[in-house]
Design a binder for this molecule. Structure first.
Ligand SMILES: C[C@](O)(C(=O)O)[C@H](CC(=O)O)C(=O)O
Ligand SMILES: [Mg+2]
Length: 292
């Protein structure tokens, strides 16, 4: 059996699925569930790492090592390719190079690096600031140059639409492709026509970030496919649902003195064990060790 690199697997998944849905999994267990139900690609959100792993807002406060720890946990638990949010790459050319090599070693299939200033914000918030096109192109060049797996997928994200408009954002995206980017993450797009303009202008796959409560309507994957989008991202959908469910449980336990009213909403022990392959582990124990 040939072991294919995570990057190669991700490229294959893009070719095989039109468009490829990429679902956010903020930890190893949710990644296992996404894999089991049939997803083909996973995503580790920068906001997810900040919010879920550290209780911090998505304002560029987490480090490369913080993200790599979560990458290792997820890639250790599933066989699916993982696309990772590298924010602004954590510094200059050599920092970006380390981001590529460390994420590859941690098992990531690819990353996206964006053109916001280091003091970044969520892409769907007002008042974002971006670096010059030249500086963004340098970020992409540094990433491309640092690849240790030739198939590691380097996606350039542009946040330019908000400040500079469609034409400038597309021009920037094109410059990133010329510098070697394998795909373009068009951030905070408002309409299908805008996606069409990106995909018409670019030879590489375009990603649509369908994050809830943001600037982009919740377009269906078929609508997006029709305008040439090849990847559809759901970065925090499961996380948001999990949060609401957890909050409800905590409030109920406090208010009722027990959890009876919310047990219905819980995944059962049997279901949990099934996803974890728990019984196979127990059988292994029985095989390996004699019963006392
Ligand atoms: C995709 C994103 O970069 C993320 O970190 O998941 C966020 C998602 C969000 O805040 O909804 C972004 O779009 O900036
Ligand atoms: Mg992010």
């Amino acid at each position: 059996m040939t072991i294919r690199s995570a990057g190669a697997q991700f490229r294959q998944a893009i070719k095989a699925n039109q468009p490829l849905q990429v679902v956010g999994t903020i930890n190893a267990y949710t990644a296992m569930m996404a894999e089991r139900v049939g997803h083909q690609a996973l995503y580790l959100s920068g906001a997810g790492v900040a919010n879920a792993s550290f209780g911090l807002p998505d304002l560029g406060m987490t480090s490369l090592n913080d993200v790599c720890e979560d990458i290792r946990r997820i890639t250790g638990a599933t066989d699916l390719p993982l696309l990772v949010d590298a924010d602004t790459g954590w510094g200059g050319a050599f920092n970006i190079a380390r981001t590529v090599t460390e994420m590859t070693r941690a098992g990531a299939a690819g990353f996206h690096i964006e053109d916001q200033v280091a003091q970044k914000r969520c892409g769907h918030r007002p008042n974002k600031e971006i670096v010059s096109q030249g500086e963004m192109v340098d970020r992409v060049k540094a990433a491309v140059d640092a690849r240790i797996d030739p198939e590691f997928f380097i996606m350039a994200r542009t946040d330019a639409l908000q400040q500079e408009g469609l034409e400038a954002a597309i021009e920037r995206a094109q410059a990133c492709v010329d510098a070697g980017a394998d795909g373009i993450f068009a951030e905070a797009v408002h309409t299908l026509e805008q996606y069409q303009a990106f995909s018409d202008a670019l030879e590489v796959p375009v990603l649509a970030n369908i994050t809830e409560f943001g600037a982009t309507p919740l377009f269906n994957k078929d609508e997006l496919a029709q305008v040439g989008v090849e990847l559809v991202l759901y970065p925090l959908s499961a996380f948001r649902a999990m949060n609401k469910a957890a909050l409800n449980v905590y409030q109920n336990i406090l208010a009722q003195g027990d959890q009876k009213a919310v047990v219905e909403q819980m995944q059962t022990r049997a279901e949990l064990y099934d996803f974890l392959n728990y019984h196979a582990f127990e059988d292994k124990l029985d095989q390996l060790f004699t019963k006392k």
